[in-house]
Design a binder for this molecule. Sequence first.
Ligand code: SF4
Length: 637
Amino acid sequence: MEQNPLTIHLFSAPWPLFNRPSIQLGTLKAYLELKAAPVKVQAHHFYLNVAEALGYPVYQAISEKTWPAESVYAALLFPGMAQKAERLFMRECRKHPSLKKLDFTNLTQKVKSATDSYLDNLPLESPLLAGFSICLCQMTSSLYSIRRLKTRFPHLPIVVGGSNFAGPSARGLLEVFPEVDFVIVGEGELPLVSLAQALCHGDSHASAGSIGGVVSRAQGHFEGSQPPFHQLEDLTDLPMPDYSEYFQTLQGFEPQKRFFPTLLVEASRGCWWRKGESSGNFKGCAFCNLNLQWKGYRFKRPEKVVREANELTSRHQVLSLAFADNILPSGEKGELFRGLQGCGKDFRIFGEIRARTSHSALQAMRKSGLEEVQVGIESLSTSLLSKMNKGTTALDNLQIMRDCEELGIVSVSNLLLRFPASDEKDVEETLRTLEFAMPFRPLRRVFFWLGLGSPIHEDLESFGIRKAFNHPHYGQILPSNLVQRMRLMVQGYRGDHAVQKKLWHPVEKALRVWEKSYERLQEKDKKRPILSYRDGRDFLIITQRRWQEEPAVHRLTGASRAIYLYCTMHRALQDILTQFPRLHEDPVRSFLAMLVGKRLMYRENDRYLSLAVRAPSSPCGNFTGGKEPRGDHCSTS
Ligand code: SF4
């Protein structure tokens, strides 16, 4: 009689975004089936089942908030903590229009029933190993699922990996959670193949602990330094992600619950910018702990990424793509996006980019279907950006906000408030720059949080932090003995909280005004940029739409027009004077100062940026209906 092949079951528990298959599972499945054959892999993107049971809007709202997401399964995992978890959930959701009305007990019961029914009905035939990929917001949901699974299959080895336990927290998990047998430190491909082969050969769990990148419970001691990563040298070895189970699950839903998912693709791992830039004794952005899972920076050849995007979208008949990269590759971006454009498909693409992405690169990306970006903006103060070691300036940030607006790319980017050691000068500069940013899509307000393993966490003193510890909220969702013995991803700290809160209050107020004015002006005319120009070849008309005021219209002629257009990419005063040698410095300076005063240009040191974006052409030729509002005339002479 033929035996079933041994199977590895890979799980992704709530709360990833429900409309995307897990790239971790998709990539591991494809790689393991290639390298650990004849072992089979079954991927369980079962957050999708939970999302379907809860209703997509509720699931999505919870999945966007770390503490509410962790509270739900905490109440199931540790029933003794349910009341505290509920209090945390309600407190964190008190301002959310729909979550604040939820009955927490009812919510957890729905989640429990969907999770249990999935896990209890799994036909786990010939299981070799169960693996859980645990990233942000998936800690308690994964631990709950592991416990449930282990009750059914007490001898099934469980391995855990993913960004949540990538750094110093890996060993702590084995110490406090007896259901977990192995933790993978770093990326999973190579360690999982070796682990699968060892288990197939009947090796003991203790000897499996000698595999690179694997920590085993059977080794019996969890102290000491982290084992070294065991990672792929080249991402070219990775096969295309296999998302088949996600689509099978979706296909099994009632028609009204089906949707068109967004496919995740991966062009790189790590951060190319972090690789090169260092401030003192650390590299990359001071707050960032996104790269604990791997060492160095690797990228796939652009043609491979294009081929995968093309094949995956054809296979699953969808056109929305999101890059999973922390940051899109730099030099290879041109080739990559030209290749995507060459596919001849109407893609809709999301990606994360640095603020210094040029207008031409952005334009090429837009042409291939880039519709939404998250730009690493974080601050509108150059002095603060320097403290963050962001490698950018407020001017760079305004430039990319302007360029996104002009190219019709939606920027969903953040303004990070209450960064430790920020001071009055940083706040003043932010408030000043905000006045110039008003025509562009508002930034999302986010408060600084201390990430385990981030450069700040490794050098607390330099940022005025006296002590770091697990965030107090963990005490609301985990028993105290666990909190004491584990090092968890979100850290609390003793520092300048109260000072920062007060300091950033005016910025919070200004952000609310920005959101409101942008929303109101967009309501009136969605298609028309708030600050735009139309070119008349030897003159330029700039229209400045304003909240609660009539639009202001300005006309620039001759050299004034030419200078304004020249500065749509920020320029130094010296470059302007070189470009226009017949103009004298003083009138040019006064002209630029006048435009800065009118908020038509932004100035940082001696560099100038024209803020108005080219107005999209209107089918009727004149968007004001043929009549220009009264305006003023600005000139260099
Ligand atoms: S925040 Fe982005 S750019 Fe900065 S180090 Fe992290 S991944 Fe790199």
